[in-house]
Design a binder for this molecule. Structure first.
Ligand SMILES: NC(=O)c1ccc[n+]([C@@H]2O[C@H](COP(=O)([O-])OP(=O)(O)OC[C@H]3O[C@@H](n4cnc5c(N)ncnc54)[C@H](O)[C@@H]3O)[C@@H](O)[C@H]2O)c1
Ligand SMILES: O=C(O)C(=O)C[C@]1(C(=O)O)C=C[C@@H](O)C=C1
Length: 366
């Protein structure tokens, strides 16, 4: 029998989930969004089977509902769900990056028919909107589930089955564990990335060449500062009780580093850098969760016409598929560095060997 799934909020995440769920032919997928253009795009590109402008009417038809709007809007939708009378059972989930307030609201649902299991796919991008949606976005990522008080294990299993095409790894956490961990590895780093960009922006007044000089390191550490400001504003305020103490800890940490520099404590600075490197290098490479599970090869190339094409052709001739290419640094007339990302370790190693055999200087991270 066909199951009806409603996705409310068809942006980057809702659209990407829709693209996964749509692969299941026994699902009838309804899309709801406040933005008419998004709905038109979703229908025209067959991302959903049906669109709706009426959340309450659509949810009444659904067996599953996934709320994929900004966090504060998701909380507002849960408040609406609390008022709906259903004559059949419904599993509701969300994708919010912060879980505390969402789960607090979800625990207020009294209907016996509704089972709420919070969700958060730990993958995304700095892009927004349905046009950036991709079916493979969640592959190899962790997908965190936070069941509400009344959700049964059987319901959690049903939700996992619905989301199985994402090829993510599901883990169950409570809201507090979730919010503490994501604030450390996602929300706070975002705040720092934006602050680093603001710092460069203010120094640009004195040194107008700063944007041009910003090379691989600055670009790597600040990529996420190009994200959707509306979404992150919401995340920061939803998780501010955890973020504020982290900012206090960070100020203390910066003060410590400042003192080490002022007192010329080279040994302590060395250990500080060494410990950070060891921790970073030790991040689980098989299941990298928030860090995309790609395997990189760095290739030195000469800045001359066709240099990149040669590298790509070599790998294409051996049927190796490159997941992503990034030019990290090109200096005029000298070498530059290409970062090639592969989905499997095997492709990474094979590519490195092929490139080395053809005379390229390559490096990989173990
Ligand atoms: N972008 C990421 O990297 C990422 C990763 C994991 C989880 N999330 C979470 O996913 C959610 C959506 O983020 P996104 O990146 O897809 O944003 P997005 O801006 O790409 O999409 C949000 C969509 O929700 C719609 N919308 C807004 N209010 C709505 C409402 N009341 N009802 C229905 N639709 C509404 C918008 O029109 C838009 O189409 C957020 O809660 C975010 O915290 C984002
Ligand atoms: O890759 C990115 O651009 C992201 O910011 C993705 C990211 C993250 O911080 O890792 C952002 C927010 C989500 O809640 C989950 C994933």
């Amino acid at each position: 029998m066909k199951q009806t799934v409603l996705i409310a909020g068809l942006g980057l995440i809702g659209g990407s989930l829709a693209a996964n769920i749509k692969q299941n032919k026994s699902v009838h997928l309804i899309g709801f969004d406040l933005d008419q253009q998004t709905l038109t795009y979703a229908k025209a590109n067959q991302i959903v089977d049906e669109t709706s402008n009426d959340f309450v009417q659509a949810i009444k038809k659904a067996d599953f509902c996934i709320l994929a709007a900004p966090v504060s809007q998701t909380i507002a939708l849960i408040k609406t769900i609390e008022t709906i009378d259903l004559n059949h059972s419904l599993i509701v989930s969300d994708v919010s990056s912060v879980k505390g307030n969402v789960m607090e609201e979800a625990d207020k649902i009294v209907s016996e028919q509704i089972s709420f299991i919070g969700g958060h796919p730990m993958a995304g991008s700095h892009k927004k909107g349905i046009e950036a949606a991709k079916a493979h976005l969640f592959e190899n990522a962790f997908y965190i589930l936070t069941p509400s008080k009344r959700a049964s294990e059987a319901d959690t299993e049903k939700l996992k089955a619905l989301l199985s095409a994402t090829k993510s790894t599901f883990i169950v956490l409570n809201a507090k564990e979730h919010d503490e961990m994501t604030s450390v590895i996602s929300h706070f780093p975002h705040l720092i990335a934006s602050a680093l960009v603001q710092q460069a922006k203010s120094w640009e007044k004195k040194h107008p060449r700063i944007p041009g000089l910003a090379a691989g390191g600055f670009r790597d550490i600040t990529r996420i500062a190009s994200s959707n400001p509306g979404m992150w504003q919401d995340i920061f305020f939803q998780n501010k009780d955890i973020l504020i103490p982290l900012i206090t800890d960070w100020i203390t940490e910066m003060d410590t580093l400042k003192t080490l520099l002022e007192t010329n404590d080279k040994i302590s600075i060395y250990h500080y850098l060494e410990q950070a490197r060891e921790f970073r290098d030790g991040l689980d490479r098989e299941k990298r969760g928030a860090i995309p599970a790609f395997y990189d090869v760095f290739v030195d190339i000469f800045d001359q016409p066709g240099a990149i094409k040669q590298v790509i052709s070599l790998l294409a001739d051996h049927a190796i598929s490159i997941k992503n290419i990034e030019i990290l640094e090109i200096r005029e007339d000298i070498t530059g560095v290409l970062r090639l990302s592969f989905v499997t370790r095997a492709d990474q190693l094979k590519s490195q060997q092929l490139l080395s055999n053809s005379g390229y200087e390559t490096t990989i991270e173990d």
